[in-house]
Design a protein. Sequence first.
Length: 395
Amino acid sequence: MHPTTDVHFGHEQIRMDLLRERAFNLRWAAVEPGVIPLTAADPDFPCAPEIAEAIAKYARDRYLSYAPAEGLRSFREAMAAYYQERKGVHCSAAYTIACDSAAFGIYAVCKAFLNAGDEAIVFNPVDFLFKHSVELVGARTQLFDVPIDPQQTIDWQPLEDLVNNRTKLICLCNPLNPTGKVFTAEELHELAIIAERHNLIILSDEIWSDVVFTPNSYVSMASLPEAADRTIVVTGFSKSYGLAGLRAGAIIAPNETLYESIMEASGQRSTVHGCNVLAQVAATAALQHAQYWLEQFIDHLQHMRDLTVDALNAIPGIHCHVPQGCYVAFANVQETGFTAEEIHSRWLNEARVAVVPGLPRWFGANASGHIRISFATSEQVIQEAFHRIKNLSQQ
């Protein structure tokens, strides 16, 4: 830890030349020159220096051998310790798995516990990866509608009404992408009771769990005693630490039985899949040495959140709730007279600003009429983007 180290998240820290070469997935390297991409949730800032130094040090030794199928012991111990100390989860390194991204972790859990004809409950709206993974293994999704307003308390009765004898899994994304909802302990407790009553496994996607804005606080479902033995945590390092390209993720199982099922389903023991060594080295350094960087990054993001939400709400016909977590804003554009797709096209082609339209294939049917904007960038980029949009809206 470096509690006195000051990190400046100013525009001068961003290497635009490198972003235009390396930042794909709808971002700087994938859009036309001159376009500002407020699209995929991936920071514009370089990662903490300790992470880069750890990779370089390991690589300098020139031995890049196989890692254990379940992951390096150093990574698994660091991951378990982090969840014990910071999330209050009574977990073990013995049941922690290094995997090729949180996305693969979600898929591996679905493959382990869903068969053809089984059902999983997926929130609506939410990122598409749950639905994609459930259907990829031959199961079906049952959609549970949740409010767009993150302040609104969840009524879980409609979710319980979806449960039948084919239901095996509840997929929870907390904080919830794209709305920015951070679930309270009371809400999670009620969901845990439902899962217990129907003997359901909870797949808890916690990749956003470090990006929570004051005065909200994060509670892991796995930290609740009534849910601990049935909750499988999946997380990653792309959102908090800017390591998307390393494809580093983790799965934390509560016991040996669930752990063995996931390992078998993952294919990692046959080397068909697995988390690369440098990714694990980087992630371990992030957990052990980059917390000072993360804390100041979140402070910066809270400022960017406020700028973004204020700018969106200043545009006639657009309304945006304040996200409690995640560094994305989810804005309702229906009163503009344009669809989300039309807003996306107009802003891209005329204002040269790219956003993500709330299409069902990305977030579910309840995302219709909304756009999602990532604000993990500098104040200068945000201000320039909304200067362009404001000028367009006044035409």
